[in-house]
Write a protein that binds this ligand. Sequence first.
Ligand code: THU
Length: 128
Amino acid sequence: MTDAELIGIAREARENAYAPYSDFKVGVALLAADGRVFTGVNVENASIGLSVCAERNAIAKAVSEGVRDFTKLAVATGSPEPTMPCGVCRQVIWEFGHDIEILVAGSGDEIVSTTIADLFPQPFTTFE
Ligand code: THU
């Protein structure tokens, strides 16, 4: 699975985002260590605070299928510049791996590659 392929899956998933309130659609492709890919999209709600980000929905799908070991997470938005995962999602990604690579794509060709450790340097944890 190349980075370009994973971003392509995130972009395709993004079409299913349910974002009528923000009009900001997000798609995620989460690559597991076993090679499986789990997609996620943001799912908003009329009660705005109930909206859930694409990253957390992808993780919830994977964990629900018994998968917890992840290597990469690709995020795709329609923003002209890549936009980083929000703080809440950083905490949730960190829960499932400290070496997870994060690839972020906007609508253009620029891809930002980073890691969850770089994005979330001072995590809350109760068991380290
Ligand atoms: N959103 C995500 O899905 N992921 C992020 O990392 C940041 C924000 C969603 C939440 C909301 O549905 C919309 O983008 C605008 O904030």
